[in-house]
Design a protein around this ligand. Structure first.
Ligand code: ADP
Ligand code: MG
Length: 235
């Protein structure tokens, strides 16, 4: 489904991603772990088309998408949830969801059905459909941006630290939401600091360190063999 090969991302002279290769098979959840500054977001944003690859290649369902723009990636079935958790605060939950369906705007009936499906799948959002998004808790806003991303009808969902800054009980709800999406057959790449929770859900995992892949394997292998604490503290 997704194959990243020898990817490099640079910010001027800074080499944030230095030859990253990773794969996600259809229906899998791939965890991308590592300390702050390791290059996880840069990798994800490059796959999303939001950052240019300085070298290497990205293939999606067999197609070379290395230079595809963000909107093209959305049309090809890649949805991205960035770290910023940006809802439109004055619009309702329901309106926020509809904004996510921009690429399908000519299919009004389909979009309405998508929205109903999201509101039913995630009752916390359903109960707040008519409420301004700015009045939601941080966790509910995170659920909303994930559900909004789903409105593009993705085959691949890229999630950048969805649990960041949320209370433990809320983190559980976010992970439950991700589990529900995974069980629907969606392929997911999940960047997370919450290593144990990410590895519980993941099929495979990659650990990044200083722009490179420091470890890769099944989630069970990574959990058993990798000194994740050291990797995180080691920066
Ligand atoms: N916009 C930017 N300009 C310059 N350097 C950046 C920018 N974004 C990230 N970096 C640098 O790239 C490296 C990787 O960052 P990032 O991909 O955000 O890591 P992570 O998501 O793993 O915390 C870090 O050294 C970071 O300081
Ligand atoms: Mg990041």
């Amino acid at each position: 489904m997704l194959e990243v090969k020898d990817l490099e991302v640079r910010y001027g002279a800074i080499r944030a991603v230095r030859g990253v290769s990773m794969k996600a098979e259809a229906g899998q959840l791939v965890a991308l772990l590592g300390a702050n500054g390791a290059g996880k977001s840069s990798t994800l944003m490059c796959v999303a088309g939001a950052l240019r690859a300085a070298a290497g290649s990205i293939r999606l369902m067999g197609e070379d998408v290395t230079s595809a723009r963000p909107e093209a990636m959305v049309r090809k079935g890649v949805a991205t949830v960035t770290e910023t958790r940006d809802v439109f605060p004055d619009l309702t939950v329901s309106e926020n969801l509809l904004l996510g369906s921009y690429v399908h705007r000519h299919d009004r009936a389909g979009v309405a059905a998508d929205r109903e499906r999201m509101l039913q799948l995630f009752p916390r959002l359903g109960e707040r459909a008519g409420q301004a998004a700015g009045t939601l808790s941080g966790g509910e806003q995170q659920m909303l941006v994930i559900a909004r991303a789903m409105m593009t009808r993705p085959k691949l969902l890229l999630l950048d630290e969805p649990s960041l800054g949320l209370a433990p009980a809320i983190v559980d709800q976010i992970f439950e939401m991700i589990r529900v999406l995974k069980s629907s057959g969606l392929t997911i790449v999940l960047v997370e600091q919450n290593v144990s929770k990410a590895l519980q859900l993941a099929d495979t995992a990659y650990v990044m360190r200083l722009g490179r892949i420091a470890a890769a394997g099944t989630a069970a292998e990574i959990a058993a063999t990798t000194d994740l604490g050291a990797l995180y503290l080691g920066g």
